[in-house]
Write a protein that binds this ligand. Structure first.
Ligand SMILES: [Zn+2]
Length: 287
């Protein structure tokens, strides 16, 4: 287990914009998504349920993207055949075999999803360096213990940052608040993923004519908002988040936008799935 720091650019970072749902079909890693029960609930990338096993278990998968490159017609796309197969299987009232799926993204266990919501609340609340709240990152690690339990290990809050002045906010997700929790993971336990929150805070920035004593300035003073996120207002993974994911392939990488209210699941170079924060704990209640 290595230590690292997630650093987040939040003013600019145009070099690595989150390109959502670029073709990940060929890159999916099936071993990561195996469900030992062989049963699951499937959603498409819009959150529509496309298949189910008829029993209320905790396994939730997203099958993305909805279209993939057509191998017979270069430059053209076609419906993701897996989506079609799952729909067909469900129509016949048969179970979908998870091991056969290659393009699914599995949501982490419920306790992790509940912690994502709690981490947003902590990021919005004051911390030692953030007297107002909304200007520091929260995050942590989740692991599967030797006995199969999911262990969530929240980190110390990151230092407060000011989006109008600082170049990035950061958190060391391995700087655990309660290091004793690692004892619960055990020697044979495995880290399953990391998560951190991109804060909600905004600052008003005055951009415009300089005013000096004795002079009059012309033109309106422009006010713009400085915030944590990409220029388009979204709060998906930064270039540094993608870099961190490259170092830890095979684990799940989760960023939560506290201002845009989205959970982003990403790998080393793309966003795989986004999901509204308010539906992350009970995804099946959607619609
Ligand atoms: Zn980040």
């Amino acid at each position: 287990m290595g230590r690292f720091i997630n650093q987040d650019d939040f003013l600019g970072d145009v070099s690595n914009p989150p390109s959502i749902h670029r073709f990940m079909y060929a890159h999916a890693r099936p071993t990561f998504f195996v469900d030992p029960s062989g049963r699951a609930v499937f959603f498409d990338e819009k959150g529509n349920q496309i298949g189910a096993d008829g029993k209320p278990d905790e396994d939730v998968f997203f099958v993305v993207p909805s279209r993939v490159p057509n191998p017979e017609k270069p430059g053209k796309t076609m419906k993701n055949p897996e989506l079609e197969r799952i729909k067909k299987t469900t129509k016949k009232k048969e179970f979908v075999v998870v091991e056969e799926q290659r393009s699914a993204v599995q949501l982490p266990p419920r306790e992790v999803r509940e912690e994502l919501v709690a981490a947003v609340e902590r990021s919005d609340a004051p911390s030692a360096t953030d007297p107002v709240g909304g200007f520091h990152e929260e995050g942590g690690v989740f692991a599967e213990a030797s006995d199969g339990r999911t262990i969530v290990i929240p980190a110390q809050p990151g230092d407060a940052a000011d989006p109008a002045v600082d170049t990035h906010a950061e958190i060391d997700v391995f700087n655990s608040k309660d290091p004793a929790l690692w004892n619960d993971v055990g020697a044979d336990g495995e880290i399953r993923g990391t998560y951190h929150v991109h804060p909600s805070g905004t600052r008003e920035e005055v951009v415009g004519p300089q005013q000096s004593a004795g002079s009059t300035s012309f033109g309106a003073t422009k006010r713009s908002k400085a915030f944590f996120g990409h220029p388009d207002g979204s709060q998906g993974p930064s270039g540094m988040d993608f870099d961190a994911a490259r170092v830890r392939q095979g684990q799940q990488h989760i960023v939560v936008g506290a201002r845009d209210d989205k959970v982003y699941f990403h790998d080393e170079d793309r966003v795989l799935v986004t999901f509204p924060v308010e539906q992350i704990v009970d995804p099946e209640k959607k619609k």
